[in-house]
Design a protein around this ligand. Structure first.
Ligand code: AMP
Ligand code: MG
Length: 312
């Protein structure tokens, strides 16, 4: 009895928290304006894939979320990367408001940036180069932030947010150059010093999965992260994709990826079913946290899943 009262108090306190209520409202507006922008740019919205034999292997350790259904192992979606690559066969430009389950380790509890269930706005463009995606995102952010500043001005004032409409184009910095200049904490340092969002480009092959396209230098990828200013850190990752079967196999070998986990994907790639594309995904909670100037992404959800903690 006492335990259930404790749960009720805990949940109600969060639901009634005025900061949470304001942030959730801003987040709804962020999703509405971002998806409106994409629709106007000719993107078709797809519904999310929640379970599949295939999902993003990720480049960091998470617990497995999988189950056996009639002998097929299904995984909860960590990102829709492979489905996006296939979807551009049907439509040139697609996006998904995509729930992701990543069972992050509890050391990420206080990062301010991690949940084990979050939402990406995930998009892909057939035949595009990464510059096209970067230009699109810059314009999307200007549109979203200026709209939200107008429609949620009261909420933002109450939250103490003084978020600026970013100036475009954003600065681009190369991963290996900033690593050399600032050392391994370069991302944190750059984010804390920045007053505008900035692109981190040309991420080394070791730091990313096999699907981001290798550049001609053989060392870095044709990909990018978007880093928010004032210490809010990474909000987006994306890039051009590998689509050629032999190149995918080479990249999997490089990372010691278990081919058995990607059987269907590899079969389709071998049959020539993948086409050139580029895309990205940005975290809705992280963008909202930045716009609202909040200490933790958990404040942007009514039912937040904080790593290592239980919640309904
Ligand atoms: P990724 O491609 O893995 O970088 O994921 C795309 C975006 O999703 C990131 O840039 C973040 O904005 C967001 N994201 C990734 N993991 C998490 C997480 N555990 N909690 C909240 N947002 C996340
Ligand atoms: Mg990333």
């Amino acid at each position: 009895m006492e335990k259930s009262l404790g749960i009720t108090e805990k949940v109600m306190k969060h639901l009634e928290n005025p900061v949470v209520q304001k942030a959730v409202k801003v987040k709804a507006e962020v999703i509405a304006r971002a998806t409106e922008f994409l629709r106007e740019q000719g993107f078709v919205e797809l519904l999310p894939t929640i379970v599949s034999p295939l999902t993003d292997p990720l480049n960091h350790e998470v617990f497995n979320a999988r189950f056996d259904y009639y002998g097929t192992i299904y995984r909860l979606t960590q990102s829709m990367i492979f489905h996006k690559q296939l979807a551009v066969t049907a439509f040139d430009r697609i996006f998904i408001v995509s729930p992701n389950v990543r069972l992050e380790t509890e050391d990420k509890k206080d990062s301010g940036r991690h949940l084990f269930e979050f939402t990406q706005i995930d998009l892909e463009m057939k035949g595009a180069k990464r510059e096209v995606v970067m230009n699109l995102i810059e314009e999307l952010l200007v549109y979203v932030i200026s709209s939200v500043k107008r429609s949620c001005s009261e909420e933002l004032r109450a939250l103490g947010s003084e978020v600026k409409v970013p100036a475009i184009p954003f600065k681009k910095v190369k991963y290996l150059e900033v690593l050399k200049e600032y050392g391994k904490d370069f991302e944190k340092i750059l984010s804390e010093r920045a007053t505008e969002p900035l692109w981190l480009v040309d991420i080394p092959i070791n730091n990313r999965e096999f699907y981001d396209k290798l550049s001609e230098d053989g060392q870095t990828l044709l990909d990018m992260d978007l880093i928010l200013p004032q210490g809010f850190g990474e909000v987006l990752s994306g890039g051009e994709r590998e689509y050629d079967y032999e190149r995918i196999l080479m990249r999997m070998e490089y990372k010691n990826t278990d081919r058995n986990d990607f059987e269907w994907y590899l079969r389709i790639a071998e049959d020539g079913g993948l086409v050139p594309s580029a895309g990205c995904g940005f975290g809705v909670e992280r963008l909202t946290r930045y716009i609202c100037n909040l200490p933790h992404v958990s404040l942007t959800r009514l039912f937040p899943k904080v790593p290592g903690m239980d919640w309904i």
